[in-house]
Design a protein around this ligand. Structure first.
Ligand code: PLP
Length: 458
C-alpha cells in the first residue's frame, strides 16, 4: 500500500479515526458516534467493499452520482490518459480539448438549442451561476427590476446561501433562513397531491395555475422560475406529469421570465431520456447538470444556456460580461471523465438497456404496489420509490429510516430512506440476477423494518 495511505493502526480503526477527525456531511456527529460508519476499502462495479471485505450494493449510486459503477475500466483509462497530458489549467485565456469536446457534445444533445456551456464543480454553484446569469442577462437588457426568483414547494437546489434561497427543504434551510434572500415558493406538481378524481396531469395543471397567479402578481419582477424536471428527488422522489414543464415553459414565455431546469439529479439518463425535459418536449433557457455527468468520478457541474442569454452578455463593455470565476472551472480531468461517460452512453445503447432493466426491477418490486404498509409505489426511468405507512408520531419517520437502512445494510444493500420514502437509484450496470436480488433484499428489509416497528409498538 502507498505509504501516504497507510493507516496509523489496523484498518478496523478507520471508522474511529474518521469520527475523531472528519466532520461528515448531512450528519449529526453525536448520533453518528453511536452508529456504525462503513469504512470502505474499494469499489467494484455497483459494489462497495469495506475494510472487512463485506460487500454492499450501491443502490443509491453514492448520492445519485455514480452511473457506470465504481472503478469503471473505461473511465479509468480515459483519466489515466488525461493525467499524462494535462491535469488542470486555468480556463480564462486558455482552452483544451476535453472542455471543448464536452461543450460540443452537450450542445449537440440539446439539438444546439442550449449552445453555450459554463463550468463549475458542484451543483449548488451551477444553480447560483444560473440565477446570476438570469438576473444579469435581464439587467444587461435594461430590466434590472427583474430580480426575484420563483421555486417549487419542497424543491432542492443545493445548500450554499444562494442555492438555499431557492430550496424549500426545512431540514436544510430553517437554521439559515435569517441569512437568505427569499424566493417565492409555489405549489408542487407532486402527483401524490392528487385530490379525489384528479390524475397526475390535473395536479400538474393546478400547480402551474398557482405559478401563473404569482407571475401575474409580480409581473416584471421575476427573473426566473427554477424547477426540477419530472422528479423532485430530495423532496422524496416526488414525481410529476410532464405537462407541468410544458405549462412552466409557456408561462415563462408569456410573462417574460427565464425557465431554469435543474437537471443535476434527473439529467444524464436518470429519468429514461438523457435530459428529463425531453419528455415534455421543451427546452429551458438555462439548464444545470452535475452529479452523474462525470460518471460520479470527479466534481463537475455546468450551466447550459440559450443563445439569447449568451448574447445579452456579448459586448465591448467588460462589466456586461459574465465575470463569475472559479479556480477549477473546466477541469480537464473532470471533463475527460464526462467524455468517457458520454462515450459509454453512445457505445452501449444505455438508454434502451436501462428501459429493459427498469421494466424488470419494476416487476420484481411490484408486490409493493399491493402492500398495505406501503403507499405510492412509483417509478420514473431508473428511479423507484414508495412511502412507508407510519404512525403520525414525532420521530416515526426517522426511526423507520434508521431501521430500514440497518436492515438493508445487513442484507448487503446501501439504501437510505428520505423521511418515510424508500427509494432506489442504482447505477446503470445491473445485470438481471443482481436486479432480482436487489428487489428481494429491498422487500425483505422493508418487511423486517415494519415488523420491528409492530413489535416495538406491541
Ligand atoms: C444534489 C443537487 C443539487 C446540489 O448539488 P451539489 O453538488 O450537492 O451542490 C442541486 N440540485 C439538485 C436537483 C440536486 O439533486
Amino acid at each position: 500500500m502507498d505509504a501516504s495511505l497507510r493507516p496509523h493502526a489496523g484498518p478496523g480503526d478507520l471508522a474511529a479515526r474518521s469520527l475523531r477527525q472528519v466532520w461528515h456531511p448531512c450528519t449529526q456527529m453525536k448520533q453518528q458516534a453511536k452508529l456504525p460508519l462503513v469504512a470502505l476499502s474499494h469499489g467494484e462495479g455497483p459494489w462497495l467493499v469495506d475494510t472487512d471485505g463485506e460487500r454492499y450494493l450501491d443502490a443509491i449510486s453514492s448520492w445519485w452520482v455514480n452511473l457506470f459503477g465504481h472503478a469503471n475500466p473505461r473511465i479509468n483509462a480515459a483519466l489515466v490518459d488525461q493525467l499524462g497530458r494535462l491535469e488542470h489549467a486555468m480556463l480564462a485565456g486558455f482552452t483544451h480539448e476535453p472542455v471543448v469536446a464536452l461543450s460540443e457534445r452537450l450542445s449537440a444533445l440539446t439539438g444546439g438549442v442550449l449552445g453555450h456551456a459554463f463550468f463549475a464543480s458542484d451543483g449548488a454553484s451551477a444553480v447560483e451561476i444560473a440565477l446570476k446569469m438570469s438576473f444579469h442577462a435581464w439587467r444587461n437588457g435594461g430590466h434590472g427590476e427583474k430580480r426575484e426568483f420563483a421555486c417549487v414547494r419542497h424543491g432542492y437546489h443545493g445548500e450554499t446561501l444562494g442555492a438555499l434561497a431557492v430550496t424549500d427543504v426545512a431540514l436544510f434551510r430553517d437554521a439559515y433562513d435569517p441569512l437568505l434572500r427569499h424566493a417565492h415558493v409555489v405549489g408542487s406538481p407532486d402527483a401524490r397531491n392528487a385530490r379525489d378524481g384528479e390524475c397526475a396531469a390535473d395536479v400538474a395543471r393546478r400547480a402551474a395555475a398557482e405559478l401563473e397567479v404569482l407571475l401575474a402578481q409580480r409581473e416584471g419582477r421575476i427573473a426566473a422560475v427554477i424547477v426540477e424536471p419530472l422528479v423532485q428527488c430530495a423532496a422524496g422522489m416526488a414525481m410529476h406529469d410532464p405537462v407541468y414543464l410544458r405549462r412552466v415553459r409557456e408561462l415563462c414565455d408569456e410573462y417574460g421570465a427565464h425557465m431554469i431546469a435543474d437537471e443535476i439529479a434527473v439529467g444524464c439518463g436518470r429519468t429514461g431520456t438523457f435530459f428529463a425535459c425531453e419528455q415534455a418536449g421543451v427546452w429551458p433557457d438555462l439548464l444545470t447538470l452535475s452529479k452523474g455527468i462525470s460518471g460520479g468520478y470527479l466534481p463537475l457541474s455546468l450551466v447550459l444556456s440559450r443563445e439569447a442569454i449568451y448574447d445579452a452578455f456579448y459586448d465591448d463593455d467588460t462589466a456586461r460580461g459574465f465575470l463569475h470565476s472559479h479556480s477549477y472551472t473546466g477541469n480537464p480531468l473532470a471533463c475527460r471523465a464526462a467524455l468517457a461517460t458520454l462515450d459509454i452512453f453512445a457505445d452501449d445503447d444505455v438508454l434502451a438497456r436501462n428501459a429493459r432493466r427498469a421494466a424488470r426491477l419494476t416487476q420484481a418490486l411490484s408486490p409493493l404496489a399491493h402492500d398495505r404498509r406501503a403507499r405510492h409505489f412509483r417509478q420514473c426511468g431508473m428511479i423507484w420509490a414508495f412511502d412507508a405507512v407510519l404512525p403520525d408520531e414525532a420521530g416515526a419517520q426517522r426511526d423507520f429510516g434508521r431501521r430500514f437502512a440497518a436492515q438493508a445494510r445487513t442484507r448487503g444493500v446501501l439504501l437510505r430512506p428520505i423521511g418515510a420514502t424508500v427509494y432506489l437509484m442504482p447505477p446503470y450496470v445491473l445485470e438481471d440476477d443482481t436486479i432480482d436480488w436487489l428487489a428481494a433484499q429491498t422487500l425483505a428489509a422493508f418487511d423486517a423494518a415494519m415488523s420491528q416497528r409492530a413489535e416495538a409498538a406491541a
